[in-house]
Each structure stands twice: as structure tokens, then as C-alpha cells.
Design a protein around this ligand. Structure first.
Ligand code: PHE
Length: 351
């Protein structure tokens, strides 16, 4: 039995098999255990001869099992260690890298340019009341401009009973800024820009229902159109990174400005592409509208608690997405908001 047992133990391939062998030989019903039981029925002489043999066999088998068990466990551990070993020489996979969205990039560029000119950044909510979005800006209830703005209204009214809407432009931030200066007992000068999302129910290659604007507002004593022109020229030259950006100011109408001014920049056709810079009146040039602006209407100042006899100001508003398209040569506004990783990767800016 012993030789057979020892051979089987040595050959045991795993711990389960070994445990089975232990039960077969040393378990309660095991063959060696049964032999041990026969000792009781033997004569003392027989027992003296057989006892040491059987006990010796039991011990030898038990030892063989514990040796084999240790060996199998070591082998198992080594296999696991080998398996878990890291190969430090393997090249690491390249992690997908995010980048700055062109709109964010342009917002940052604009904020930096205006910060250099002494403008602070102001913010307002995207859910606005219709008094600040329209009425305070001298756009009364019956004004056709309200219809022109394709406004998204909410079915509920706010706590003051005002209609709530998604702001159609960043101009209500003008109102909020002047109101908060007055409410805090402060007074102009005010120099702010207000970048943010705006909403209009409109969608085609050059219009998306959500887009981005940046508003500018300057209020002080003795502000005139010359200050407006200088500010816009300085800003647009810095933004397009060209000293030859030429502006054309056209009279226009915004209810909250008097006078209202639309601003075009000159471009030159270079190999079929419109490049900002140069006089738009050249044979191969043209003009592109980039922003709306004007002197703040006296009624708007009054609505915010400022005396138009003392204070004057100018304001402007421009589409950030439109500016990004012009600067970086993109042709479909909708691509900005499709979230297509390939487009974003192409135009993405390093973080
Ligand atoms: N709010 C105007 C628009 O969205 C732009 C504008 C801002 C015009 C400030 C004049 C002054 O079209």
C-alpha cells in the first residue's frame, strides 16, 4: 500500500487530487486507517511486529502528503507571480487626449484681449425675465423686435409675475450690471464684457438654436462714438492678429442704442478664401458684418437708475461662434455643436 500511496502522492497534479489521496489513505475510512484498526484484534506478538510497520507507513504517507502540498502551493504561487509580472518594456497605450473646444478657445482669447483694456467679466443667467431681456432694453411688449428674436418662452412666470425666457442675447447683462452698481450705491465708470450662451428658435448652416455672444458695456462721463470706434478697432486687430484690419461703421437700429452702429471688417480674397484684413473696397475685397453696437439709449440708462444727463456709454454685441469661424476658417456653424470627435480633433486646441 505504502509504495502505491507514495507514488500516487508524487504524481498528484493539484491540491484537490492530493486532498482526495489524503482521504483515501488517512481519512476515517482510508486504507491505512483501516489497517491501524486491525491492530486491536492482533495478538501482542503480532502487534509488536505489525504496529511499527503500519504506523511507519502512516507517518511516511502523511509526510509525503505535506511535502507534496508545500511543493504544489509554491508552484501555484510562482505561477501567479509570473502571471502578474508587469513588462516594463512594453510601450504604454496612448491615452485619448481632450482639447479645448474652438468656442472656449475664442472666449478665452476675447476675455484676455478685453482684460488688457481694463474690462471685467460680468455674468448673467441664461434663463432671463422678459423685462431685462426686452422691456428694460427699450423693446416694449408690442415691439416688432420681440417677434424677430424667435424667443423660447417658458410656460411659467417668475416670482414677480414676469414672463421667463431663454435670453435671446447677452444685452440683459448690461441691465443687470448697471442695476447692481446702482443697488450697491456705487456709480460708473463701468467697463465689462459678458460672454455666454444665448438662444433663438432658428437653425440652418449659419444659425443654431443656441449660440454664443460676447457683450461689451462702457459707462462713464463724456463717453462718445470715438471711444466705441477705438475700442472695437483695438479689439478686432488684436483678435485677428493683424494691424491692417479695417472697420466700416454703418448706421443701424437697435432699440437700446442711439445711434446704433453696425460694424463690418474688410477682407481680401486670397486664392478664393476670404482673409480678414485690407480695405474691403479693393477689387478683390469685401466687407463682412461682425458686430452690432451703439451709444447706450438714454431710456436704458434711466431704466437702470442712471441719469443720462450725467452718464453716457456705448455697448456692443458680437457672435463668438461667428468670430471663431472667421478666424479659423470653418464653414458650418452646426459643426460646433455636433460633438464630432474628428472635427473637434481637427480644430481642437491643445489644453
Ligand atoms: N444684442 C444685439 C443682438 O443680439 C447686439 C447688440 C449689442 C447691439 C449691444 C448693440 C449693442 O443682435
Amino acid at each position: 500500500i505504502m509504495d502505491q500511496a507514495l507514488a500516487a502522492i508524487l504524481a498528484a497534479a493539484d491540491l484537490d487530487k492530493l486532498e482526495q489521496l489524503r482521504l483515501d489513505y488517512l481519512g476515517k475510512q482510508g486504507s491505512i486507517s483501516s489497517l491501524l484498526k486491525t491492530l486491536g484484534k492482533m495478538s501482542p506478538e503480532e502487534r509488536q511486529v505489525e504496529g511499527p510497520k503500519i504506523n511507519g507507513a502512516r507517518e511516511a504517507v502523511a509526510n509525503a502528503i505535506s511535502d507534496k502540498k508545500a511543493a504544489l502551493e509554491t508552484a501555484l504561487l510562482n505561477a501567479r507571480l509570473a502571471n502578474e509580472k508587469l513588462d516594463m518594456t512594453l510601450p504604454a497605450p496612448i491615452a485619448a487626449k481632450g482639447s479645448i473646444h474652438p468656442v472656449s478657445q475664442v472666449m478665452d482669447e476675447l476675455a484676455e484681449i478685453f482684460a488688457d483694456m481694463g474690462f471685467a467679466v460680468a455674468e448673467g443667467p441664461e434663463i432671463e425675465d422678459d423685462w431685462r431681456n426686452f422691456t428694460a432694453l427699450n423693446i416694449p411688449e408690442t415691439h416688432p423686435a420681440r417677434a424677430m428674436h424667435d424667443t423660447f418662452y417658458f410656460p411659467e412666470k417668475d416670482a414677480q409675475g414676469r414672463d421667463m425666457l431663454l435670453r435671446t442675447h447677452t444685452s440683459p447683462v448690461q441691465i443687470r450690471t448697471m442695476q447692481s452698481v446702482v443697488a450697491a450705491g456705487g456709480e460708473p465708470p463701468i467697463h465689462i464684457i459678458a460672454p455666454g450662451r444665448v438662444y433663438r428658435s432658428d437653425s440652418d448652416a449659419t444659425h443654431t438654436p443656441m449660440f454664443h455672444q460676447i457683450e461689451g458695456l462702457v459707462i462713464d462721463k463724456g463717453i462718445n462714438l470715438g471711444h466705441l470706434k477705438w475700442t472695437l478697432e483695438t479689439f478686432l486687430r488684436a483678435f485677428f492678429e493683424r494691424d491692417d484690419v479695417v472697420l466700416r461703421l454703418r448706421p443701424s437700429y437697435f432699440p437700446f442704442t442711439e445711434p446704433g452702429v453696425e460694424v463690418d471688417v474688410g477682407y481680401t480674397n486670397i486664392k478664393g478664401k476670404r482673409v480678414i484684413g485690407g480695405s474691403g473696397d479693393d477689387a478683390d475685397g469685401g466687407w463682412m458684418e461682425v458686430l452690432g453696437s451703439g451709444m447706450v439709449h438714454a431710456r436704458v440708462l434711466e431704466n437702470c437708475g442712471l441719469d443720462p444727463e450725467i452718464y453716457q456709454g456705448f455697448a456692443f454685441g458680437t457672435g463668438v461662434d461667428r468670430l471663431a469661424m472667421l478666424k479659423y476658417g470653418m464653414d458650418d456653424l452646426r459643426a460646433f455643436f455636433d460633438g464630432d470627435g474628428r472635427w473637434l480633433g481637427h480644430y481642437g486646441f491643445d489644453a
